[in-house]
Design a binder for this molecule. Structure first.
Ligand code: CMC
Length: 431
């Protein structure tokens, strides 16, 4: 429960004054509870983009954008990226505490036992065009899970909610890897339970029946880190979408499919693909000034993809860790000197010094570096956002689970209507 601070916020309109309670959480700014504003004062708040609106109470993830701090259940992301691993982070996000050895073993076993897809789901893939964007395929197949796993769609049954949670975390790598294989025209590769979560994903993406595939441990570590760094990010657009869908009582598979759809946009998870494509479009270092000029031009819609963030106004702590991983992976693969990388490094240098970017606090975000790593690993750009979706599934489902464990009302924002006032229908020959 939020703590009542005893303070009130006063709102005056048309000579009448109304008071609203102020609550504080454990971290972050206080909030004014304006739930009764409309009833008391007959006005709505107006906050397009929700820059000043807290939509829910949550105990999962905290971001301090000014300090560049990201905590999962209180633990700094840098510590988790260094010392933990993705499945442990999943456990932490879902259940609130780091697991004991026995709890971890049990969780890992439960996830591992659910990695296969219902065999009939294979057929679902062949309904898509081979050139379909894998995000379209992933969105469709995740949504279709509700047609295959009826025994975990009763949202009022805590056990079914738990089974759906495990199924989503376990099956997303298989769904995403199969979207990749389908686009590549290669046979689907089944999951292997002797591999770790990240190793298994790489195995399902890159192994072929014709030869043995050894997972490189450095690549597996980098993959695991990408999963960890993207695991949750409090009430961003896709998470809010999942919560809003869930508030209507929709089943968890439908809610996560809604999250996948929202993540796809280039201002959100689609930025990793857009960033790599932008680096390729810039092409050579000498072209950078032209693009910096475009980014600053108010009349040009071009933005430097992979830069800026709604919340981080100092630096993106995920980007710092991701940069280290990028250096490690590129070093291992011996590709420190390619042109795209040279453009990325120079762009980063210029943007960090340029007055426009410094003044607006536009730092490289997580997507700036993740795309570089994923490309080096051999993923096409179209796979970047599906990998983000697979990583974020645990965050979405943790937030959904938290919401379902509390009694809540359907999410229903209001609006400032500026359309026509009431008018009478005119027959077609009178228009
Ligand atoms: N390039 C050039 N100018 C920018 C950029 C950019 N990438 N981002 C913001 N600005 C400018 C913007 O034009 C505006 O200028 P002014 O104040 O003169 O009008 C100012 O900075 C503030 O921008 P905003 O659009 O009001 O900021 P926002 O909080 O609404 O948007 C953002 C945040 C992430 C959508 C935006 O920075 C952006 O479009 N970045 C590129 C896309 C990207 O990399 N997204 C991934 C975010 S990290 C992964 C995730 O969480 O999904």
């Amino acid at each position: 429960m939020p703590k009542d601070t005893g303070k009130t916020a006063t709102f005056t309109i048309d000579g009448a004054t109304h008071e609203f309670p102020v609550y504080s959480g454990t971290l972050g700014p206080d909030v004014v509870d304006i739930g009764k504003l409309y009833a008391k004062a007959d006005v709505f708040t107006f906050d397009p983009g929700y820059t000043s609106t807290g939509s829910c109470e949550s105990k999962i993830t905290f971001i301090d954008g000014e300090k560049g701090e990201l905590l999962y259940r209180g633990y700094p992301i840098e510590q988790l990226a260094e010392k933990s691993h993705y499945l442990e982070v999943c456990y932490l996000l879902l259940y609130g505490e780091l697991p004991t050895k026995a709890q971890m073993d049990d969780f890992e076993t439960r996830v591992t036992k659910h990695t296969m897809l219902h065999e009939q789901m294979r057929n679902f893939y062949s309904g898509f065009r081979r050139d379909a964007h894998p995000m379209a395929v992933v969105c469709g197949v995740v949504g279709a899970m509700s047609a295959f796993y009826h025994d975990s769609t009763d949202i009022n049954d805590p056990w079914q909610r738990e089974v759906a949670t495990i199924r989503l975390i376990a099956k997303l790598p298989t769904i995403v890897a199969w979207a990749f294989k389908y686009a590549a025209g290669q046979p689907f590769v089944y999951p292997r339970n002797d591999l770790t979560y990240a190793e298994n994903f790489l195995h399902m993406c890159f192994s072929v029946p014709a030869e043995t595939y050894e997972v490189n441990p450095i690549l597996a570590k980098a993959m695991d880190r990408i999963f960890t760094l993207h695991a949750d990010h409090e009430q961003n657009a896709s998470t809010s979408t999942v919560r809003l869908a869930g508030s209507s009582g929709a089943n968890p598979f439908a809610c996560i499919a809604a999250g996948v759809a929202c993540l796809w946009g280039p201002a959100h998870g689609g930025a990793n693909q857009a960033c790599l494509e932008m680096l390729r479009e810039i092409g050579t270092v000498d072209q950078i000034p032209t693009y910096i000029k475009k980014a600053k031009d108010k009349d040009d819609p071009f933005r430097l993809m992979g830069f800026g963030h709604r919340v981080y106004k100092n630096f993106d702590p995920r980007a710092k860790v991701m940069k280290e991983s990028a250096d490690e992976v590129l070093g291992l693969l011996g590709i420190e000197n390619n042109e795209t990388l040279a453009v990325a490094k120079e762009l980063e240098r210029i943007a960090l010094e340029d007055e426009y970017f410094v003044e607006k606090k536009l730092y490289p975000n997580v997507d700036f570096y993740s795309g570089i790593i994923l490309e080096a690993m051999g993923f096409p750009t179209s796979m970047f956002t599906p990998i983000f979706a697979l990583s974020r599934t645990v965050g979405w489902i943790s937030q959904w689970k938290e919401m379902m464990e509390e009694s809540g009302r359907i999410g229903r924002p209001r609006q400032l209507y500026t359309g026509p006032t009431q008018r009478d229908y005119a027959d077609v020959d009178a228009r």
